[in-house]
Design a protein around this ligand. Sequence first.
Ligand code: C2E
Ligand code: MG
Ligand code: MG
Ligand code: MG
Length: 281
Amino acid sequence: RAKEKGKNNFQLYTSSLNDKALERLALENSLRRALEYKEFVVYYQPKVNTKTEKIIGMEALIRWQHPKWGLVPPQKFIPLAEETGLIVPIGEWVLRTACAQNKALQNAGLPPLTVAVNLSARQFELQDLTKMVSKILEETGLEPKYLELEITESIAMKNIEHTLKMINELKDMGVKFSIDDFGTGYSSLSQLNSFAINKLKIDKSFVSKIDGKKGNSIIASTVLALGKSLELGVVAEGVETKEQVEFLKQNDCDEMQGYFFGKPMSNEDFEKFYYNKLKES
Ligand code: C2E
Ligand code: MG
Ligand code: MG
Ligand code: MG
């Protein structure tokens, strides 16, 4: 009787659901199966050294190759994956794939690159994150010095004690840390200074403002100066124009990443791209 009532309630409920909620439900259901059906792929975007413009690293960026919807960008499903907790197994898969594919590049005889992997809040909160990372490094044979983990300012500032613990544990293993989308969140500078991080990544919204007018590049120059005084490397993301490249060179930015140098691409395309760049130089 209770069961029947529950059923009716459910029907009532679904008939009142709006399209958005239904869409979300469909998304959640397919997201639950996507790992099992091997629908995720990792794309890689090159990072270059500002002085030499040589490729020195790659950032792993997830895509969802959905059979009907095509290539789904992360902003379309990461928030839901985060909400449902699915980000934990998905993120672990990304990390394993990125480490394995980076190691395979080295095995193919190409000069080693660092690989940067984005961590979500849920993953960063895991008490056994360090264990998970070390297990994956062991399984894939990738040396820890080639792995960089990216967390946003808001994730880093959420629970300072936990952040200190995680960064120190991973740092002891030899893994590097970057603060992603820097400038878009709220950072306490004294806290930032206490984290054993390696790099700040200037958010692309500030890089896109670099257009030759001094007032517009003020945030970018400020982050670059901050990085310098904290003795951190600074990476500019979203670099699209020659003008931005010149500005970043003049302002001692360490690394650049953006469409100007290469869009995110499949592992196969990245390998070809990297190989061709090496041949050119
Ligand atoms: P993010 O980590 O800040 O990555 C940089 C984003 O900027 C990427 O978007 C990249 O494709 C884009 N981008 C790079 N250069 C340019 C440029 O010159 N112009 C423009 N307009 N955009 C550029 P994407 O791949 O769509 O990823 C968006 C965000 O999704 C990432 O931002 C990251 O926060 C998240 N994400 C991606 N992969 C993962 C993942 O494996 N795990 C988690 N937790 N988050 C991920
Ligand atoms: Mg990132
Ligand atoms: Mg970023
Ligand atoms: Mg960003």
